[in-house]
Design a protein around this ligand. Structure first.
Ligand code: NAD
Length: 498
C-alpha cells in the first residue's frame, strides 16, 4: 500500500507509528495510507524550522517573492496532475479541483507582491529631532491546520502569505486527502525555498494537540468545523499563541420577487450542489420572498436539479461527484431523514443514490426540501452535502433576519434588481461575506476571507492585508538624533511631543 509520508527537512521515511486510510470516494476503496504523526515528529519539523527561519527572514522580500513566482509557475505546469490527484482523494470533479488550485494560486500571486505589503510607516519630525517608523517582522514559526474540502486552496491561503512574510511554516493538512498538500510542499522546495521553510506533517487530534501545545510555534491558522475551531482557538490562545480559526457555515441565498430568476436558479444550483455541497461558501438554504416567488422558484429549480449528472470525480460530464467518506454520506442522509421528520417536505430525495457501476462509492443525489423553518435542527446545523433547504419568507425584513440570527455567519447572497434593497441588505445583514447577485462571494485574494459568529474564532481574516497582519508582528522605533543644541527635558516625567 502506498504511504503518504511527512515532508520534514532532512527526515527519512517514517518507520512504524500509526497510519490512517485514504479512500477514493468515487469507488469506495482505500488507495493509500497516511502516516499519523505525534509530538516526536513535530519536534523534528520544529527543529528544522528553527534552523532556517532566521536566514529566511533575513532574505530580502524581493527574493522571497521570486520563490513565490517560481512556485506559481511550477503549480501551473503540474495543474492537470495535481487536479486529478486532488479529485481522486476528495471526490470533487477535475474541473472543480482546478478551481480549488487556481483560487490558492491567486493568493500566491498576492504573495508575489509582498515587498509592497511589508513596507512600514514613517513619521519624520514627530518631535524635535525625533522620527518614528514601524516595520512588520515575521512571527517566527507558523502552523496551519486545514480541512478536507479545499486541500489546495486553504493551505495556499495560509503558507503563501506566511512564508512570503519571512516565517517558516508547518502544514498539517486533512488526513483524508493529504497528497496534494505533500506535492505543494515539494514544489515549494523545488521553487527555491530553503529546506525547512515549508514542511508538511500529517495526523489527527494527537498531532493537532502537539501543535497547539508546542512552545516554539507562534501563530496557528485553522480552518474546519466550528466545534474544533473553537477548541483550537481556546487551547492555542491559552498557550499564548496568535490563533485564527475559521469554522462551519450555513449560507442563505435570498431571492427577491424582482430577481432575474433564470439566472438566479442557475447560480443557486451550482452553489448548492457543486462539490457535493462540501463548500463552506455553498448555498444550502434558499429564501424566496413571497409565496409567488417560492412557487416560481420551485418550478424552475426542479427540472434543473433533475438534469444534474452525478458521477465519478474523473467523469468529465459529471456536475459533481461523491461526498468524502462513507461516514459523511450516512451523516448527510441522516440529516435528510431528520429534516423530513421535523416537517420538511422532500421535493427531490437523494438518499440511497448509487450511480450504475459505482455502487461502493459515497454518493448522495441532489436533494430539495421545502417548508423548512428556523426552529428545525436540520436548519440550525450544517449538513455539508448536496441538500438545498427552502425557507419561505413573507417579506424582506424576515428574509434579512434569517441569516442575521443564524448561529453561523460565513456568507450570504441576495438576488435582486433593486439597488436600494441590495444596499440595505449588505449594510444590515449580520454575516461576514455578502454577495449581490453573486452566489459564492469568496473575496479575491487581495481582499480578505472570514465569516462572523460561529464561522470564525479570533479576529483576523485569511489572506490580503489581514493575512499579512496575522503572520507579522509590528515593531515601532522612536529615534532621536539631536544636534546638540537642544536642552534636555525633565527625565522623570513621561515624554510628550509638547
Ligand atoms: P474538521 O473540523 O473535521 O477537520 C479540520 C482539521 O481538524 C483537520 O486537519 C483534522 O485533522 C483536524 N481535526 C479533526 N478532528 C479533530 C479533533 N477532535 N481535535 C483536533 N483536531 C481535529 O473539518 P473537515 O470535515 O475536514 O472540513 C469541513 C468543515 O470545515 C466544515 O464544517 C466546513 O464548513 C469547514 N470549512 C470552513 C471554512 C471557512 O473558511 N469558514 C472553509 C472550508 C471548510
Amino acid at each position: 500500500m502506498r504511504l503518504i509520508d511527512h515532508v520534514i527537512a532532512g527526515g527519512g521515511p517514517t518507520v512504524g507509528g500509526r497510519r490512517g486510510p485514504v479512500f477514493n470516494p468515487s469507488i469506495g476503496t482505500v488507495q493509500a495510507e497516511v502516516a499519523l504523526g505525534d509530538r516526536a515528529v513535530l519536534d523534528r519539523a520544529v527543529a528544522a524550522a528553527q534552523a532556517v527561519q532566521g536566514e529566511w527572514a533575513a532574505t530580502n522580500p524581493q527574493r522571497r517573492a521570486r520563490v513565490m513566482f517560481e512556485f506559481k509557475r511550477l503549480v501551473e505546469a503540474n495543474m492537470q496532475d495535481l487536479a486529478e490527484l486532488l479529485a481522486s482523494e476528495h471526490g470533487k470533479v477535475v474541473a472543480d479541483a482546478k478551481g480549488d488550485i487556481q483560487r490558492g494560486l491567486e493568493v500566491i500571486e498576492f504573495a508575489c507582491g509582498i515587498p509592497h505589503a511589508l513596507k512600514g510607516e514613517y513619521t519624520q519630525g514627530a518631535g524635535p529631532g525625533i522620527d518614528v517608523y514601524s516595520m512588520r517582522q515575521p512571527v517566527g514559526i507558523g502552523a496551519g491546520i486545514t480541512p478536507f474540502n479545499f486541500p489546495a486552496m486553504i493551505p495556499m491561503w495560509m503558507f503563501g502569505v506566511a512564508i512570503a512574510c519571512g516565517n517558516a511554516f508547518i502544514l498539517k493538512p486533512s488526513e483524508r486527502d493529504p497528497s496534494v498538500p505533500v506535492r505543494l510542499t515539494q514544489l515549494m522546495l523545488e521553487a527555491g525555498a530553503p529546506e525547512g521553510v515549508l514542511q508538511c506533517v500529517h495526523g489527527d487530534k494527537e498531532m493537532v494537540d502537539a501543535i497547539l501545545d508546542h512552545p516554539a510555534i507562534g501563530a496557528i491558522s485553522f480552518v474546519g468545523s466550528s466545534d474544533i475551531a473553537n477548541y483550537v482557538y481556546q487551547r492555542g490562545a491559552a498557550n499564548g499563541k496568535r490563533v485564527q480559526a475559521m469554522g462551519g457555515a450555513k449560507n442563505h441565498g435570498i431571492i427577491m420577487p424582482d430577481a432575474d430568476l433564470d439566472r438566479a436558479v442557475g447560480d443557486l444550483v451550482g452553489a448548492a450542489f457543486g462539490s457535493a455541497g462540501e463548500r463552506c461558501m455553498a448555498l444550502p438554504v434558499v429564501v424566496p420572498v413571497g409565496e409567488g416567488t417560492a412557487e416560481r422558484l420551485i418550478d424552475k429549480l426542479l427540472p434543473e436539479i433533475e438534469a444534474l449528472k452525478v458521477g465519478t470525480s474523473l467523469d468529465p460530464a459529471a456536475h459533481y461527484g461523491p461526498v468524502v467518506s462513507a461516514q459523511h454520506k450516512a451523516r448527510v442522509e441522516d440529516w435528510i431523514a431528520k429534516c423530513e421528520a421535523e416537517g420538511g417536505q422532500i421535493l427531490r430525495d437523494g438518499r440511497n443514490f448509487t450511480p450504475q457501476g459505482h455502487e461502493d462509492g459515497f454518493y448522495v443525489g441532489p436533494t430539495l426540501i421545502d417548508h423548512v423553518t428556523p426552529e428545525m435542527d436540520s436548519y440550525h446545523n450544517e449538513i455539508f452535502g448536496p441538500v438545498l433547504q427552502i425557507v419561505r419568507a413573507a417579506d424582506f425584513e424576515t428574509a434579512l433576519s434569517l441569516p442575521s440570527k443564524h448561529q453561523y455567519g460565513n456568507g450570504v447572497a441576495i438576488f435582486t434588481r433593486n439597488g436600494h434593497a441590495a444596499r440595505e441588505f449588505a449594510a444590515r445583514v449580520n454575516v461576514g461575506m455578502v454577495g449581490i447577485n453573486v452566489p459564492i462571494p469568496v473575496p479575491v485574494a487581495y481582499h480578505t476571507f472570514g465569516g462572523w459568529k460561529r464561522s470564525a474564532f479570533g479576529d483576523t481574516n485569511q489572506h490580503g492585508m489581514e493575512g499579512v497582519k496575522f503572520w507579522t508582528k509590528v515593531k515601532t522605533v522612536t529615534s532621536r538624533w539631536p544636534d546638540g543644541s537642544a536642552e534636555g527635558g525633565n527625565a522623570f516625567i513621561i515624554p510628550t511631543m509638547g
